[in-house]
Design a binder for this molecule. Structure first.
Ligand code: CTP
Ligand code: CA
Length: 222
């Protein structure tokens, strides 16, 4: 069945993308973070915008320049700030793409003064952050799509499909960390894309810009 705008499936669509790491404060000068560069999420944001979509990019701390083509760029620091920005906007969104590497735990209390070194060892009590993707998955309406990512080191395919079900994703993109040149801080990536019925697409090792296009192709098919 041909549709008149089949060639521009994302024109005018509202897209919400999370990208980059989150930083969880320990005290005024220290935080817990991760090595996410934001490259994959920013590439996806650029691809959608290039196809005429209205993109909101919510990014944790990243050295990357915000793509000039995105409609709204929101810089956040912590998982809590990212959650609040997402909850506010997701109801007005057609497609959510959860590419951020969100901290799973944060320090239970943030010291107001710089922590001094005293004892021979010290422990930091941590509490779970809210799962942003799962929160959005719960409020997802039938017309909305939600896309997630997974990074696994073992049982990767089973774990990815479990995450897809658990978070109510329509697609999940599994990053291979086993291969040279994929994942954090690389310009290239290799992915497998699953829906609830199983594997839909398996990529070669490609530039993240190319991977972004492959992901958009898979989303367009939905
Ligand atoms: N995610 C999120 N909010 C969190 C944690 C994860 O939105 N607090 C999203 C990520 O952006 C990604 C997906 O959930 O799209 C899977 O993240 P991942 O870290 O692989 O899974 P977790 O559910 O956190 O499980 P674990 O780290 O224990 O494997
Ligand atoms: Ca996690």
């Amino acid at each position: 069945q041909k549709h008149f705008n089949q060639s521009k499936p994302f024109a005018g669509k509202k897209i919400l993308i999370t990208a980059g790491p989150t930083y969880e404060a320990i005290d005024p000068v220290r935080f817990i973070g991760n090595h996410s560069s934001g490259k994959m999420g920013y590439a996806i944001a650029r691809s959608f915008a290039d196809q005429g979509a209205e993109v909101t990019l919510i990014s944790g701390p990243s050295k990357l320049e915000p793509p000039s083509v995105v409609k709204e760029f929101i810089k956040v620091t912590s998982a809590k700030e990212m959650l609040e920005a997402c909850e506010k906007r997701f109801p007005h969104t057609d497609i959510g793409v959860m590419a951020a590497a969100v901290a799973d735990y944060r320090p239970k209390t943030v010291a107001t003064e710089k922590i001094k070194k005293e004892e021979k060892s010290m422990a930091l009590e941590m509490e779970k952050t809210t799962d942003i993707a799962k929160t959005l998955g719960k409020i997802k309406a039938p017309h909305q799509l939600l896309i997630g990512f997974a990074l696994e080191t073992n049982n990767e395919e089973a774990n990815a499909q479990q995450k897809l079900r658990n978070k109510n994703f329509d697609l999940i993109v599994l990053n291979s960390l086993n291969d040279e040149g994929s994942g954090f801080n690389h310009d290239t990536n290799q992915v497998k894309i699953f829906d609830k019925n199983g594997l839909r697409h398996q990529s070669e090792l490609e530039a993240k810009t190319k991977i972004a296009e492959l992901i958009l192709e898979q989303i367009a098919q939905l």
